[in-house]
Design a protein around this ligand. Sequence first.
Ligand SMILES: Cc1ncc(COP(=O)(O)O)c(C=O)c1O
Length: 377
Amino acid sequence: MTPSTAAPSRSQVARRAAAFDSSGIRKAFDLAARLEDPINLSIGQPDFGMPQPARTAAGAAIDAGRNGYTPTQGIPALRERLEAAARGETGQPERRLLVTSGTSGGLVLALMATLDPGDEVILFEPAFVMYRPLVEFLGGRVVAIYTAPAFTIDLARVAAAITPRTKVILLNTPANPTGVVASDDLVRGLAALADEHGVTIISDELYRTLCYDAPFASPARHSSRVVVLDGFSKSHAMTGWRVGWLHGPPDVVDTCAMIQQYTFVCAPQVGQWAALEALECPMDAAIGECRRKRDKLVAGLRDHYDFQVPGGAFYLYPRAPGGSGTAFAERAAAEEKLIVVPGKVFGAADSHFRIAYTTDDLTLDRGIAALRRLAAG
Ligand SMILES: Cc1ncc(COP(=O)(O)O)c(C=O)c1O
């Protein structure tokens, strides 16, 4: 049969897929690939290694033939362990837990389970790159609250942003890209506000083990309606294994599990066995190293840039000299082979740029020296 030559006028790509515009981040990655010996401070993943016992467990799982599907909810040993911890920590014995394909998988499921077209989602910008496009892809409406310059959340502004269409408040603490950690007072206030208005908080706590100055605080301790997202990517340097989890009220978690059956099916089995072993591995030394690098970067840039000292995660988010994050990132690459991520990737405001400090000391030192020159130039 001869293939038809008549070009169909309709695009093969769905219009709503345009919600995903990854050009900003891709530019940083493309640049890093093109430059010789770049100072790459753009990558948001740990530079410490996945714990050896977890790697060994992964190998053992492969050899034992544990390569097939798992139950939708996850392998029982991992799911039960995480669920018991979540119930204990929140004091909510009815809470259910689902093992997901990374925290990203949990985010997709939680949004699919809660949002109808036209529903409003309050989120705090600058925000993790996936939030806005996923909400918009599902037909939700993003109501962004801009948190610059302090990058803290003002409860009065949240209260003012709530409408009858508000369905979800999407919280991330410690936050990517700012490193700001929400206080217990704040998450308690947010939980109370959400409960009062029948709104669901989805709390992305992926960086919770990386809190340097004050203890981590979760809104789930203050409300049984909160859906928590978490994972092994950052805490145990397992970004490639795609294992996360979500926990929350039974109806939401059961709905997420049902959608997982029809989408991701399950989290990768080998990764789940590795994750189970990872739970036994102390990560204090790795976290201490992150804190040390945070302190080094803060000390090196304090007199040269305007920024909030980040209390967690592994990012610093300074104001861009000259006022444009994009122009600054371009200048940094051109003049210093330094790769940072412009603020526009994380929201409408392009006034800042993101530094990820999970790298070796030599690169970090080179980065600090380059940033000082750029501030002076
Ligand atoms: C705030 C936040 N949530 C979720 C994710 C996705 O993590 P995962 O690798 O567990 O899917 C990231 C990754 O950078 C992140 O920064």
